[in-house]
Design a protein around this ligand. Structure first.
Ligand code: ATP
Ligand code: ZN
Length: 286
């Protein structure tokens, strides 16, 4: 039988939609599975396994799945044998220690001797040790944020993104111990065929990621400004310059990165660029 790449994704939760979207952008279709555990992907030698996110590191370690899309927080907490092969840029959150608003603390030393409720005992314990702190870790699996109010703990260590859950539970974020995002993990013992499929997928993921961080820019400018305009457009290649029907004017095309996007646009305008068009890039292949 044909060997397929077995890809684990979260069955239903915060990472499910973005993981399937990324696969789709890589040309891998996932048919609607009506709650199936396993389904064949379209256009790629792959099988998609829908699992609870907490189980993904172990399944990958044990070779039940070859690769998995999962939060780095879960990978580090489960501490299984698997490699992080790519950071994916979605599912961003942080693991933070939060305290009741009434308990204003100044330094991490103030955490000494506290009782901290968390679903992340492994990561928290490691952080406490690194900071030479002794705290009493109380493990709970859900609704960690209510622990201080019901007298179960003095503090919590939990995932935060906007901070609204903390706010509505009268807690404040005291210290971030981990910054996390979704990652792609791989087992250590993939067969050559499966490793080749992973390489193929990674190449596609990197092209999609790169395209997201870059924009295609087109603008018109008088020829006398072209030199200055080009100096603001490093791009991957040198810009394309096309003469316009309008005398002594040209159109300039290039690729700019999103990180310094607005600065570049402002500089281009100041240098005489007009009719600037910014176009999303679908894929970017080196
Ligand atoms: P499952 O039923 O699969 O065990 P879950 O309830 O443990 O799901 P979700 O709440 O869906 O998990 O979160 C999945 C992942 O999304 C987290 O492990 C984390 O990496 C990421 N994430 C991003 N933002 C947040 C947030 N504000 N709170 C919790 N997780 C977040
Ligand atoms: Zn979970």
């Amino acid at each position: 039988m044909q060997e397929k790449l077995r890809i684990a994704v979260q069955k239903s939760g915060r990472l499910s939609e973005d993981s399937l979207k990324l696969l789709k952008e890589c040309g891998i279709g996932v048919p609607n599975g009506n709650n199936q555990l396993k389904i064949n992907a379209e256009n790629f030698d792959a099988e998609i396994l829908f699992l609870r996110d907490d189980d993904i590191p172990e399944y990958v370690q044990d070779g039940v799945a070859d690769i998995g899309f999962v939060g780095e927080n879960v990978v580090l907490e489960k501490n299984k044998t698997a490699d992080i092969v790519e950071r994916l840029g979605y599912g961003k959150c942080r693991l933070s220690i939060a305290l009741p608003k009434t308990r204003k603390k100044r330094t991490v030393k103030d955490l000494d001797g506290m009782k901290i409720a968390t679903s992340y005992p492994f990561i928290l314990n490691k952080w406490l040790k690194q900071n030479r702190l002794k705290a009493d870790i109380h493990v709970i699996s859900g609704s960690v944020e209510i622990a201080p109010r019901i007298g179960l703990a003095d503090a919590i260590c939990d995932l935060v993104s906007s901070g609204s859950t903390l706010f509505s539970n009268e807690l404040y974020e005291f210290e971030t111990i981990l910054k996390s995002e979704a990652v792609l993990i791989s087992g250590k013992k993939l067969s050559p065929k499966r490793r080749a499929l992973l390489e193929k997928l990674l190449f596609r993921i990197r092209s999609v990621k790169k395209a997201k961080y870059n924009k295609y820019v087109m603008l018109n400018a008088p020829n006398k400004s072209i030199g200055k305009i080009c100096s603001y457009l490093p791009g991957i290649n040198s810009p394309t310059i096309v003469p316009l029907a309008k005398k002594d004017w040209s159109s300039v095309h290039s690729v700019i990165s999103e990180s310094d996007f607005w600065n570049v646009i402002e500089n281009l305008k100041a240098a005489g660029a007009e009719g600037i068009l910014i176009i999303p890039i679908e894929k970017m292949i080196d």
